[in-house]
Design a protein around this ligand. Structure first.
Ligand SMILES: [Zn+2]
Ligand SMILES: [Zn+2]
Length: 764
């Protein structure tokens, strides 16, 4: 390669997910291809490359280094600088220098095609080896103990590489160059019992606890009615759906309808559980997902799963290894004691899991992924937000479906799913996650954001931390956080009309909000509309017993003494007590909750009066919607309120008239959606805002989400939905982080402004 170009030398600094993803071998290969001299190294600033050679080839290099980056690399910034030529020859990969704050720990990655080929090749030295991985795949976040991401800082530290693995690890042209978890049957982790023995146990309908990537699963043959029933009984989990793992897409298509978007998601490196429409004849036990027409399906994401599914020969239930609502077990001793009463046997191994990470759960809506739980395969990849925060921020999230977030600059690092903080173990996980994510990304918060609810453990944590470290605490109203989260998710700052529909959130007036129309930007909000408040009999108890909401709404309608309904619902003595309680205002705070409106309708039509997992009544109401029914119940708007009791009254009348429940459910969904759209049109007339953000756990309901979107778009609105984080409380920490950043940013300038901000009246 003779060139007439002048000799130049350039230095590049590359930031992002560029460590542990094959970036340096890629640079090395490119330099070799173009016959350029120089070096590449990891530094605290990111990956630094110096390249020397003829100017034209150096230019080609600079273009290709990002364009042709390895699939798992995420380049956030690329800085270029001309430096003096040194006349060096050859290209080298130099040892890492200093820390690696600017290089990011990647999420765990599903087994790649190359590793899978080795796994199934009898001539390969990793044939049948359950821990095969390379630079393009394998465990990451779950095994990293601290930074920099090097083998001694992972749970692979205690495994000394054999000569063959070492040679691969040190060869820049090898797929395993600097793959920190590299190992083989001679030097790596081992299973304690054989895959064949486990497969035989599963085929005999036994329950097996299996150590996975981020924790233990409980497995049983998906087709086994007695097996699945036994698992439910032992786990004390009555109805909450179990996920299923199928060996490949073909096997999955025997269970569910899989469209193009779902196919892509199922095979993506994140390998989440994808909720899909179940085929009527699917060979799975009826107890797997009662009351829903869907099935949560995932494909194998570790070599162990690939080997196991191949040996079993049919789909298996793979559900979190825990009892009831406890966090998933991930430490071996804990798993042995907690899972012993549930599992007939246990399959474990000697590679420790450093951090508990559950499977992610995703739906697809109109061909796009819609996350319900963002965890394994996604965490801790950062979300890029529209404006940089001036100081590092910790956001503590809410209480259910808890996540935490750490913000630095334009990046927000969201933790894995932590769970319900009322559970002590989950609270411990919450504290660990704050510490761990902070360490991995070297973020020491100078502001701590939290929910407005005074009784959330996350709030107490935030206030204690603020006092201990003498840093500022910023309270963010729950539904404002939802809307801010949706804005950040879409890379926007607002203002917008925000529709925040969920179960419960603490309002600025101390009442229980949950059906809110906010005019909001990242800094503040105005509560511009809401579902007409009704009593919440028994407070939190109402969420577990939808019949209480039926009592509340029927009392509003003057129908609480209607004998046939009370008889249909069962326990009339408690009914009368609850009605008396709401009338006296005893332990019955007012609520505008949309989730509770769904509960009321589900109970009034006799679909579900008591739930045994969060949101069950709404999930089942959505599941029975008759797709052929286009009717919509009318709903009125009274001042700033949407009168939800209109919908309950219409459902009651239809129910009395013997209308089929699927049609009632459809008319309710369509009616509520029309009410939401009408309220948004009113608010557009007042504010001239033409964009609506949809957030809150109720929008996990795809029928409602699609209905509302369609009506708003037909009315000329731009509709924002979540794309990267869940609409439920799993996204709250992101919202808190961007609100806190915006307030920290704007407060000083606001003081200088001559005009008042248009929004912000609802600031707390
Ligand atoms: Zn691989
Ligand atoms: Zn080895």
């Amino acid at each position: 390669m003779v060139s007439d170009s002048p000799l130049v030398r350039q230095r590049y600094t590359v930031r992002g997910i560029v460590q542990g993803v094959g970036f340096r071998p890629h640079v090395h290969q490119l330099a070799a291809e173009l016959q350029l001299a120089g070096y590449v190294t990891n530094t605290a600033e990111g990956v630094v490359i110096e390249i020397e050679g003829p100017a034209d080839r150096v230019t080609s290099f600079a273009a290709a280094v990002v364009d042709r980056a390895p699939p798992l690399a995420v380049v956030d910034s690329f800085a270029l600088q001309d430096v003096a030529t040194l006349g060096t020859e050859g290209f080298e990969i130099r040892a890492s220098i200093g820390g690696s704050a600017a290089t990011l720990v990647s999420p765990d990655v599903a087994t790649c095609a190359d590793c899978l080929a080795e796994l199934t090749d009898p001539a390969n030295r990793r044939y049948g080896y359950a821990f095969t991985n390379c630079t393009n795949c394998g465990p990451r976040y779950t095994i990293v103990t601290t930074i920099p991401y090097d083998r001694p800082n992972t749970t692979m530290a205690s495994f000394a590489m054999c000569d063959a693995c070492r040679a691969e690890y040190e060869d820049p042209t090898d797929r395993r160059f600097h793959a920190q978890p590299v190992c083989c049957p001679a030097c790596g982790p081992r299973l304690d019992i054989s895959i064949e023995a486990v497969a035989a146990a599963l085929q005999a309908e036994e329950i097996v606890a299996i150590k996975g990537l981020g924790g233990y699963h409980l497995a049983v043959l998906a087709s086994s009615e007695p097996g699945v029933a036994r698992l439910r009984a032992r786990k004390h989990r009555e109805d909450k759906p179990f996920a299923v793992m199928a060996s490949d897409l073909d096997a999955a298509s025997g269970l569910c309808i899989i469209d193009g978007a779902a196919k892509e998601l199922l095979r993506s490196p994140a390998r989440p559980i994808v909720l899909l429409p179940r085929l009527p004849g699917a060979a799975v036990a009826s107890a797997i997902a009662p009351g829903t027409g869907e099935l949560g399906v995932m494909l194998p994401y570790t070599p162990l799963h690939h080997l196991l599914l191949a040996a079993v020969g049919e789909p298996i239930v793979l559900t979190s290894g825990n009892v009831s609502d406890e966090p998933i077990a991930y430490r071996d001793d804990d798993a042995r004691s907690r899972l012993h009463p549930i599992a007939d046997r246990l399959l474990t191994h000697d590679r420790p899991i450093h951090i508990r990470v559950d499977d992610s759960v995703v739906r697809t809506v109109d061909g796009a992924p819609y996350l319900l739980r963002r965890s394994r395969g996604y965490a801790p990849a950062p979300i890029s937000v529209p404006s940089a925060s001036r100081v590092p921020i910790l956001a503590c999230g809410a209480e259910l479906k808890s996540t935490i977030a750490l913000a630095r600059g334009r990046q927000v690092f969201l933790s894995h799913h932590i769970g319900d903080l009322k559970n002590y173990e989950a609270y411990e996980s919450f504290c660990e996650a704050i510490e761990h994510v902070g360490r991995l990304f070297e973020i020491t918060p100078e502001i701590v954001a939290h929910d407005l609810h005074p009784d959330y453990l996350s709030t107490s944590y935030a206030l204690e931390l603020a006092e201990k470290r003498d840093i500022e605490a910023i309270a963010v109203q729950h539904h404002h956080a939802h809307i801010a989260s949706c804005l950040a998710d879409n890379g926007l700052e607002g203002p917008v009309i925000g529709v925040a529909f969920d179960g419960t959130g603490y309002g600025t007036d101390g009442s229980v909000w949950g059906g809110e129309f906010l005019v909001a930007d990242l800094v503040g909000f105005e509560r511009a509309g809401w579902l007409a408040p009704v009593p919440l009999p028994g407070g939190d108890a109402a969420a577990d017993e939808p019949w209480r909401m039926a009592a509340s709404y029927l009392d509003v309608l003057g129908e609480a003494d209607s004998a046939p309904i009370v008889r249909a619902l069962g326990d009339d003595v408690r009914w009368n007590d609850v009605v008396a309680m709401t009338r006296a205002g005893v332990n019955s705070p007012l609520t505008s909750s949309a989730g509770r409106l769904f509960d009321a309708v589900a109970a009034v039509i006799g679909l579900r009066t008591v739930v045994n997992y969060e949101g069950q009544a709404a999930i089942e109401l959505e599941a029975i919607v008759d797709p052929g029914e286009t009717g919509a119940y009318p709903v009125s708007i009274d001042g700033s309120t949407l009168v939800g009791s209109d919908l309950v009254a219409a459902a009651l009348a239809d129910s009395r008239g013997g209308v089929e429940r699927g049609r009632i459910a459809a008319r309710f969904h369509h009616g509520l959606a029309a009410g939401v759209a009408a309220m948004c049109q009113r608010l557009r007339a007042e504010t001239a805002l033409g964009t609506v953000a949809l957030s809150g756990g109720v929008f996990a309901n795809v029928v409602l989400l699609r209905d509302v979107s369609r009506l708003l778009e037909a009315a000329g609105f731009v509709v924002l939905r979540h794309r990267q984080v869940p609409c439920n409380d799993g996204g709250i920490s992101l919202g808190q982080a961007v609100v806190a950043a915006a307030r920290a940013h704007h407060r000083p300038t606001d003081l200088l402004r001559s005009e008042p901000r248009r929004t912000g009246a609802g600031d707390v």
